[in-house]
Design a protein around this ligand. Structure first.
Ligand SMILES: NC(=O)c1ccc[n+]([C@@H]2O[C@H](COP(=O)([O-])OP(=O)(O)OC[C@H]3O[C@@H](n4cnc5c(N)ncnc54)[C@H](O)[C@@H]3O)[C@@H](O)[C@H]2O)c1
Ligand SMILES: [Zn+2]
Length: 357
């Protein structure tokens, strides 16, 4: 059985997961159970969930519209009202059944409702399984600024059943795969080399590397739960990635990008910057660029896109004193946090990305 046992936030994957889930419900004895879904996970994931659900109380299914644009305080307000109207109390339980939007937002709703009630996360997208599943980060976006409002609080349990991925669209699988590539870059040559050759759309071949990814992230967040140092490495490619993602969602000049698609671009740019500033090896920079561009279509940024993306960097949560700080790599698995990067090197990185052959 694949499991990471903790006081709070134990993670289970595949064999035996539903047993662990039903046992936890028996132990918690909640007065009411609310399942937060979005439009897609209500449609595609509730039947698998209900097929395995054996607890005596019927769960109430709540639904929010799908998508990152719904990850805001207005959606929370709707859910807080629904919970209140339906008589949720301190002993009620929330189950978040969905991708990272549902688990981030649902975790925040649970953590703040009546000063915090229990919740269980059942991630249904690859991204939510390999990344959002551990570390206890919950929250919502504030306008264009990603994850600006939130709290660190662990769910009772995380249940990963890769069967949910059967209905996940391929582009969403590839988006989640970007986070596995990131784990490779910050962790080791060994994991990077395995993961870069993975066919992420084939669910049957995914379990082992997916679980390794969960363990890599778990090891990092266990050592540094409040992001004093090491945990910042998980932000590799994200400083630029978040700005690119926000820009793509707000402007028509480029198509909206999924989180992982934006992070994938961010990782090429950041690997280039790492090469210039820290001497990240040239052959590995090539390998990163080639591996990512094999899976992720190149996006054409014009100069005003790039200017706006650079302006958005300033909102990144990892900044201190108005300085934009990057995680860079000396080598695969060897990082340096809190690096300042001059704008002209960021511009060069966009040039490198545009012209890479
Ligand atoms: N808490 C963390 O540590 C952490 C880490 C990484 C990312 N995140 C957050 O996660 C979010 C991105 O997560 P995501 O990519 O899962 O986005 P998402 O929740 O929007 O899911 C992607 C899409 O797939 C659909 N979907 C999900 N599971 C499905 C299934 N099994 N079958 C069919 N459709 C399904 C959703 O409805 C949505 O349309 C971002 O908001 C990001 O900030 C959080
Ligand atoms: Zn991410």
């Amino acid at each position: 059985m694949k499991e990471i046992i903790k006081n709070k936030g134990s993670v289970y994957c595949n064999t035996g997961v539903w047993n662990a889930f039903n046992k936890e419900l028996k132990k918690l004895k909640p007065t009411k159970i609310f399942v937060i879904t979005d439009t897609n996970t209500k449609k595609f994931c509730t039947s698998l969930f209900l097929n395995h659900y054996t607890f005596t109380i019927s769960p109430e299914i709540l639904e929010i519209p799908e998508g990152e644009t719904q990850k805001n305080i207005a959606t929370c307000l709707t859910l807080w009202n629904e919970l209140s109207e339906k008589g949720a109390d301190r002993q009620s339980l929330i189950i978040n059944l969905g991708g990272g939007v549902v688990t981030d937002l649902g975790g925040f709703v649970a953590s703040t409702f009546k000063r915090g009630i229990d919740f269980i996360n059942i991630p249904t997208s690859l991204l939510a399984m390999v990344d959002a599943s551990v570390g206890g980060k919950n929250g919502v976006d504030l306008g264009l600024i990603k994850n600006q409002i939130g709290i660190i609080n662990n769910p009772r349990l995380v249940i990963i059943d890769t069967k949910f991925l059967n209905t996940l669209p391929d582009n969403q699988k590839t988006s989640g795969y970007a986070e596995m590539l990131k784990h490779g870059l910050i962790h080791s040559d060994d994991y990077w080399n395995k993961v870069k050759n993975l066919n992420e759309t084939n669910i049957d071949g995914l379990e082992e590397l997916l679980w390794e990814s969960v363990q890599i992230k778990n090891n990092i967040v266990t050592q540094d739960p409040f992001e004093k140092g090491l945990r910042k490495t998980l932000n590799y490619g994200h400083t630029l990635g978040h700005a690119i993602e926000s820009h793509s969602l707000s402007k028509d000049s480029i198509n909206p990008l999924l989180h992982g698609e934006a992070v994938a671009i961010g990782m090429i740019l950041t690997s280039y910057i790492s090469n210039i500033i820290l001497g990240f090896p040239e052959d590995k920079l090539n390998d990163v660029s080639r591996s990512i561009l094999d899976k992720f279509k190149r996006v054409n940024f014009n100069s005003s896109d790039i200017d706006e993306i650079i302006k958005l960097l300033i909102y990144d949560k990892k900044n201190t004193n108005g300085k934009v700080l990057f995680v860079l790599l000396n080598d695969i698995g060897n990082h340096k946090i809190n690096c300042e990067v001059p704008n002209d090197i960021i511009l060069e990185a966009f040039d490198y990305y545009k012209n890479y052959k």
